[in-house]
Design a protein around this ligand. Structure first.
Ligand code: BES
Ligand code: MN
Ligand code: ZN
Length: 497
C-alpha cells in the first residue's frame, strides 16, 4: 500500500528515490542551473524540454554515496483537476518503473498550497498517486505482472494545507479501483450473483462504523413486485438475476435522500437482436454503471457524506436461449406500463425502468442513473465524454459543475418531448426503441417515462466507462468513471428547485 505524506521542506534523500520536480511551462533555466548546475540546464534545453504539460526530463545525480534519479515534470495548470491527477499518476508510474521505493514530488514550482482550492488539489493529487499503481493483471503469469516497488510518496508544497484532503483522495481512488476491477472482470466471473456478493461483503465491512444495510431481491421477489421489464431481459439467462439495494444513513443531519441507480447488465449479447462479434467483444463492461454506484456507495459511506444514499442495481445478463425474450413480446413494468419489444438489444432501459419505479417509491429527493446505455451517445460525443440528460436545469448545472471540479468530461444532451413519437406502439403503451438518429436521446426519453414525481438525472457513460487508448489516469479497460464526480456532487452544494 502506498503511503502518502506532505512536507514543506526538502526531505533528506534516501537510497533509491525518485525526485520529481514540477516546473512551469516557461521553464526558468537560470533557476535550473542554480539548483542542478549548468550541465543539467544545458542537457534539458538540448532535449527541448520546455516544461509543457506531459513533458518530462530525467537525469541522475549523487548525494555523497546516494544515487538519485531526478525528473522534471511540466505541470500545466495545477488547479485543473484532471491535469493535477494525471501529474501525480505519471510521477508515481515513473517512480515505480524506474525501481524507486520512494517518490518525492516537489510541487513548489506550481504551488497548490496557496491556491484557494488547496484541498481539492490535495484530493486529486492523492487520487492520481494512488491510481498510479493500478493494474488489472490477475490473469497474467507472475513474471508478467507489474511489480509494486514504490511504497511512499512525499509531496513537497509551500504549506501542508492540502494534506488534510489526502484521506479523501485515497478513499475515492480505492473506489475508482474497485469499479475498474468489476468492469475488467470477465462476465463469467462478474455475474449478477457476484455483484450481490461484493455488495453484501461491502456492507458487512462497513457495518461496524456506519449505518448501512442491504436487500437483494431474487427472481421470485422481483416477480412479486411485477418487475416485468427487468425480468423480461433476465429470462434468457441461466444466471439468476439479482436486484441489489444498498442503503447508507448518515449519523448526523442529512441533506436529503438520493438514489443512485446503475445499469448492471453483466453481459450484453444483444439477445435475439444479436450483436456481431465486434460489438459484443467488450460487453462484459455493460455493468459499469453498477460498478460505479456500488463503488461510490463505499466512498460516500466511508467519508460519512451527509446524504441518505441508496445504491440500486438491477443486475442481469442479456442472453439468447430457448427461454429468452423475443421481438414482439410485450413486457409490463411494475407501474403497469406496457412495452413492445422491437429490439432485444435495447435491454438496459428495460432493466432501468423497473429500477426507476422502485426508486420513486422511496420518496427520494434526487434520482441519478448511470448507464452504458447507447452506442449513439458515443457517436454524439465521442469516446471520452458522457451524455447528461435531465429536465431539471438546476440539477444539470450542479452535476456538470461537480464534473468540472473533478475533471471528468460530460456534456448535456436535450430531451425534446416531440421525439417521444418515435416510441409510439400500436400494441402497447410504448416501444423500447426509436429510430437510429438521436438514439441516446430517445433512450433518455424512454427512461423519463418511469421517473414521475422525481428530480431525476441520467448519465450515459457508454463512452468513458471503458478505455481503449489510455489517457489521463485511465489505463486500457474499465476507467471507474464517474465515481469521483458522484462523490464530489454529494459533497458540494446541491441547490433545491
Ligand atoms: N450496452 C449497449 C450500449 C453500448 C454500446 C455500450 C457500445 C457501450 C458500448 C446497449 O445495451 C445497446 O445495445 N444499445 C443499442 C440500442 C439500440 C438497439 C437502440 C445500441 O446502442 O446500439
Ligand atoms: Mn444492448
Ligand atoms: Zn446493454
Amino acid at each position: 500500500m502506498l503511503q502518502l505524506s506532505w512536507t514543506t521542506v526538502d526531505p533528506s534523500p534516501v537510497a533509491n528515490q525518485l525526485l520529481a520536480i514540477v516546473v512551469r511551462t516557461d521553464l526558468d533555466t537560470a533557476a535550473l542551473a542554480a539548483r542542478f548546475g549548468v550541465g543539467v540546464r544545458d542537457a534539458a534545453v538540448a532535449a527541448q524540454f520546455t516544461g509543457k504539460p506531459g513533458e518530462s526530463f530525467v537525469f541522475t545525480r549523487t548525494h555523497g554515496d546516494l544515487f538519485e534519479r531526478v525528473a522534471l515534470f511540466g505541470c500545466g495548470d495545477i488547479s485543473d483537476a484532471a491535469a493535477a491527477r494525471t501529474l501525480a499518476h505519471d510521477a508515481v508510474r515513473l517512480a515505480n518503473s524506474s525501481g524507486a521505493t520512494r517518490l518525492v514530488l516537489d510541487l513548489r514550482g506550481c504551488d497548490p498550497s496557496g491556491d484557494a482550492n488547496a484541498l481539492r488539489i490535495g484530493d486529486v493529487l492523492s487520487q492520481g498517486a494512488e491510481l498510479g499503481l493500478y493494474n488489472y493483471d490477475r490473469y497474467l503469469a507472475e513474471d508478467k505482472r507489474t511489480r509494486r516497488v514504490t511504497r511512499e510518496v512525499v509531496f513537497v508544497a509551500g504549506s501542508a494545507a492540502p494534506a488534510e484532503a489526502t484521506p479523501r483522495g485515497v478513499t475515492i481512488a480505492r473506489a475508482v479501483a474497485r469499479a475498474r476491477d468489476l468492469v475488467n472482470g470477465p462476465a463469467a466471473l462478474v455475474t449478477p450473483t457476484y455483484l450481490a456478493t461484493i455488495a453484501s461483503d461491502m456492507i458487512a465491512d462497513l457495518r461496524s462504523e456506519r449505518d448501512v444495510s442491504i436487500t437483494v431481491l431474487d427472481r421470485a421477489a422481483c416477480e412479486a413486485r411485477n418487475m416485468g421489464c427487468y425480468l423480461g431481459v433476465a429470462q434468457g439467462s441461466d444466471e439468476p438475476p439479482k436486484f441489489i439495494h444498498m442503503t447508507y444513513r448518515p449519523k448526523g443531519p442529512s441533506r436529503g435522500r438520493v438514489c443512485l441507480i446503475g445499469k448492471g447488465v453483466t453481459f450484453d449479447s444483444g439477445g435475439y437482436s444479436l450483436k456481431p462479434t465486434d460489438g459484443m467483444l467488450d460487453m462484459k463492461m455493460d455493468m459499469a454503471g453498477a460498478a460505479a454506484v456500488i463503488a461510490a456507495f463505499e466512498a460516500i459511506s466511508r467519508l460519512a457524506l451527509p446524504w441518505e444514499t441508496h445504491a440500486i442495481v438491477p443486475a442481469t445478463e442479456n442472453m439468447v436461449s430457448g427461454h429468452a425474450y423475443r421481438l414482439g413480446d410485450v413486457l409490463t413494468a411494475s407501474n403497469g406500463k406496457t412495452v413492445e419489444i422491437n429490439n432485444t438489444d435495447a435491454e438496459g432501459r428495460l432493466t432501468l425502468a423497473d429500477a426507476l419505479i422502485y426508486a420513486s417509491k422511496l420518496a427520494p429527493d434526487l434520482v441519478l442513473d448511470f448507464a452504458t446505455l447507447t452506442g449513439a451517445c458515443m457517436i454524439a460525443l465521442g469516446p471520452r465524454i458522457a451524455g447528461v440528460m435531465a429536465k431539471d436545469d438546476l440539477l444539470v448545472e450542479d452535476w456538470l459543475a461537480a464534473g468540472k471540479r473533478t475533471g471528468e468530461a460530460m456534456w448535456r444532451l436535450p430531451l425534446p418531448d416531440d421525439l417521444k413519437d418515435q416510441l409510439k406502439s400500436k400494441v402497447a403503451d410504448m416501444k423500447n426503441t426509436g429510430e437510429r438518429y438521436g438514439g441516446a436521446i430517445t433512450a433518455g426519453l424512454f427512461l423519463s417515462e418511469f421517473t414521475e414525481g422525481c428530480r431525476w438525472l441520467h448519465v450515459d457513460i457508454a463512452g468513458p466507462a471503458m478505455v481503449s487508448k489510455p489517457y489521463g489516469v485511465a489505463p486500457v479497460g474499465g476507467s471507474g468513471f464517474p465515481v469521483p464526480t458522484i462523490v464530489e456532487f454529494l459533497t458540494g452544494e446541491v441547490r433545491k428547485p
